[in-house]
Write a protein that binds this ligand. Sequence first.
Ligand SMILES: Nc1ncnc2c1ncn2[C@@H]1O[C@H](COP(=O)(O)OP(=O)(O)OP(=O)(O)O)[C@@H](O)[C@H]1O
Ligand SMILES: [Mg+2]
Length: 574
Amino acid sequence: MDRRRRAAERGGSRLKFQRLRDSHPPIAGSPLEAIAPPPEAEEEGIEAAAHLTDLTCPASWYPAARMMRRRIIAHMGPTNSGKTHAALLELKAAASGVYCGPLRLLAWEVAEKLNADNVPCNLITGQERRTVPGASHAACTVEMASVTRGVEVAVVDEVQMLGDGSRGHAFTRALLGLPAATLHLCGDAAALPLLRQLVADAGDTLEVRTYERLLPLVPQSAALTSLKSVRRGDCVVAFSRRDVHAIKRVIDTHGAHQACIVYGALPAEARTQQATLFNAPRTGFNVMAASDAVGMGLNLNIRRVIFSSMEKFDGTSFRPLTPPEVKQIAGRAGRFGSRYSCGQVTCLNDADMAYLHACLGAENPALERACLFPRYQQLALFAEQHPDLNLPDALEQFADRATLSDHFFFSDYEAMHKLALMLRHLPLPLRDAYTFAISPADPDDPIVSSALLSFATAYSQRGTVSAALAQSVPVRPARNEAELASLEAAYAVLDLYVWLSHRLEDGFPGRTAAMQQRAAVAGLVEEALPRILADPEAISKRCASDTVASYFHHCKFLLCSLAVDILASGRNNN
Ligand SMILES: Nc1ncnc2c1ncn2[C@@H]1O[C@H](COP(=O)(O)OP(=O)(O)OP(=O)(O)O)[C@@H](O)[C@H]1O
Ligand SMILES: [Mg+2]
């Protein structure tokens, strides 16, 4: 792999890391410094290090899968074309199997479906382990997939995510490493050339099945222009928690409809509750305001998707949505088996319509490279050879030296690096420091990251962390959006405790208490959502402008400042 190309591609984040490093020099006594230096001569050390950072043949990392001649079936097609349905039929019919999906909600849904059809199925996600007596099947989030336990059938859903910069490596691992006699890969056809390459690397055979959309998706010619015009079955999509709430307020204020809300920071239980409210007839909640989190996973009775904007904040600046993103989100309308026989899609603003049509008509560009991240053992050996480095520096140096084949790229490890940097002063064994660093804590969320720091500090000092430490904010019913945000943060902290308790069992013995508390917080969020009243000040501001459409269209600077705000307040809003 061309090292220079990778260096150029990583230029932005390398600079950022350099700055971080300059302001935080390595601390003596850091976990990696505690490891004794190897006895090799310098030359041998360099050679061994080069070998350790050689990631050119990841297929060889998975002996169990390599011992099999796997039959791989790619189910390729647009959204709502029955790909997952077809693969699940084969999973159900198998004597043993595993479903690997990108989201907890998808894993939940599949486990429920299989159990309802009398196929006992366990649920395994980062935060949940639900075992069913006699189960030979499991539904899991892709990160939890076992690469050692052989099964008859495995399914990797939304496999095009192997091109995702931060989570893609888990899909690559599943594809190369699942020891399944038959492996079903479901996703967009743009991934097919890359899948062919990976399947060839693994020495397996590939069969391709193509699918067409089950119900039509019709782009409208006119924009909605005002949220007053929303109708039953509409889903207005925005790209931050704050905008989702703003849209809900405006819809509720007009009085004709009440809106359900769905966004990533909402507890999974509350998302399911909102989806159920929206799907059921005669609840009064027949419109939805959602972030792009709606693009994957929930089966919703959406008749029409309305884009409130065609731009999203990517952590640095606003960028246009890509055609695959637009199609993924738009594809939620007119789901087969829902109340509507045809899906529609439009925008709130006239000015966005041309771009919407262009995206829907565009071919998805073929994925060229799959995301890759080394195994823990590789990092640990590398760290052992560089005892002067702490975990964040070892990560950086590993990434710098790593060699990859042309059809792979090194994963974005910025979140992990930030957490490792935050914890580097703690006297933690490498394995534990690594576990804390790969936890789902959002490093840009001040509440969750400070909770992680408290957990890791207590763990390094006392060896055990009480669940009481996970109670980050007072838990009481939310009366407004700000209090709702506090509950969401409380949920995220308890969720983090539960996640850690599955990996450091002795250190985090309060899982049951944390789970009870988490369920209580989720209950409070669910209770609060239908009755969170509109903030009168915000409404009067919005109603003062002609329409919300013009509000969004003419005040891009406001959206920018909102996004900066969001970043500053550290919430992960999508
Ligand atoms: N042959 C079928 N019989 C009954 N229901 C079906 C059939 N095919 C698909 N469905 C239903 O249609 C809906 C969409 O199917 P599915 O989820 O498999 O689509 P998909 O192509 O995987 O979409 P996405 O890319 O959005 O995940 C689901 O509710 C599924 O259960
Ligand atoms: Mg699917």
